[in-house]
Design a protein around this ligand. Sequence first.
Ligand SMILES: [Fe+2]
Ligand SMILES: [Fe+2]
Length: 274
Amino acid sequence: MKLLQLTDIHLTKPGETIGGREPNQNLQAALTHALSHHPDADGLMITGDLSDWGDKADYERLKDTLNGLDLPVHLCIGNHDERDVFLSVFPDKADDNGFVQAVVDLPVGTGLLLDTWGPDSHAGFYCETRQSWLDDTLSEVVGPVFLFMHHNPVPIGIAPMDKIMLQDADAFGQIVEKHATKIRHIFHGHCHLPLSGSLYGVPFSAPRGTNHAGWPDFGNEGNLSASDLPESYAVILADESSVMVHMVEYGYQGEIRREGSPDYADWNRLTMVR
Ligand SMILES: [Fe+2]
Ligand SMILES: [Fe+2]
């Protein structure tokens, strides 16, 4: 199974930039890069912050873009989204409780799309209704299960980011612990940083995002930090026994030295021959 994870696409009114980067252009560039290198991908997952300000026009533009793709596409919403506005454009993405949650069949196991959105906050929330849904769903579905969500369920150790992590992380963690043998991996976004770790033994990972980049600014207690590190997406490879996650920095503008080329021979002589 091969899945593509894009996150934090932060669509803006076309032409408006964030950190000097135009999110609509970057979404197109990420899709072009990902789909040309991975025409065999089984699905595309976009893990939230779809729009930068929750504008309806952003969701309509996103829908047009995604309608042109010929692979299954699955969406989560993030803190920059507006659930009601999103659902006005994507009404079929609402579950029975009105959350943007879903169960999707994957070539290996089952994917669960989680809604960690809450009003008037950049933090993430997972209320008792959603907790019950997740607990019940995890009991019912065929494993292995892959969770997709926007907010990080584990603190990253950088204070301003941890203020806006998943606020119901303890309750969420208890559900993960209960079903840990069934959950293979958690994929999230939100931090604009490449992250990996585990929660009750369940691995998680996040790529940096398709547009603006963060910086792991340890010690900065008050402010978020940005950088010009390359735009990226993730390629997820999984079978019955293993998972591999790549972060592909498609925005990298430097050289790629291929084995067999003169440039690679120079590099190889200096670094690889002992
Ligand atoms: Fe974001
Ligand atoms: Fe976010």
